[in-house]
Write a new protein. Structure first.
Length: 185
């Protein structure tokens, strides 16, 4: 209870101090140190990671932003309690690569995510990330993988009327992949 809250506040205060003083190297170092510390309380680490995720878009340049994303992805790898934050960071990194016209790299980065297994992620967000994976597969002309990924979305999701835009996007992407696979057969 109280220990978790206090520990979380201390971890957040440490990274906030590094961020506010613009000492980004120290920020990255402390993220690694504080997450590797033995018997660290998971909820406290989660609070710190969530705080650091808010800093990503406030970095002064692309290099510093990439370093922070890399550090955060490194320390969140394999940790279920921060899987949602890792997925969001991975999507952000993929978008950056795509903006640099590195579509293959963007697609490869997104394929790392197995969002369908994320228990703590909202269904809509899961579907949006899966749709993004499908879109990138089409962009690199990997039609078979696109079809495989499309099977990860339950059709029940599309029965909700509030998901009409996603439904249209899903069917459009699915049609694109099927069209190319059928042509090649």
């Amino acid at each position: 209870g109280a220990d978790t809250h206090s520990c979380g506040r201390v971890l957040v205060a440490i990274v906030r101090l590094c961020f506010e003083t613009k000492n980004y190297a120290a920020l990255n170092e402390h993220i690694v140190l504080l997450t590797k510390r033995r018997s660290q309380i998971k909820q406290a680490v989660t609070k710190m990671i969530q705080e650091c995720c808010t800093y990503v878009d406030q970095m002064p340049d692309k290099k510093t932003k990439l370093e922070l994303i890399d550090t955060l992805r490194q320390v969140t790898a394999g940790k279920i309690y921060v899987e949602v934050e890792r997925a969001r960071l991975t999507h952000k990194l993929s978008k950056m690569k795509e903006d640099e016209n590195q579509i293959d790299e963007a697609c490869k980065i997104m394929q790392e995510l197995q969002v369908e297994t994320f228990g703590s992620m909202d269904r809509r967000e899961k579907v949006e990330l899966i749709l993004e994976q499908m879109r990138l597969c089409l962009a690199v002309k990997d039609y078979v993988r696109c079809q495989i990924i499309s099977k990860k979305i339950s059709t029940k999701f599309f029965e909700d009327t509030s998901t009409q835009v996603r439904t249209l996007l899903f069917h459009g992407l699915s049609f694109e992949s099927i069209k190319y696979v059928k042509i090649q057969l």
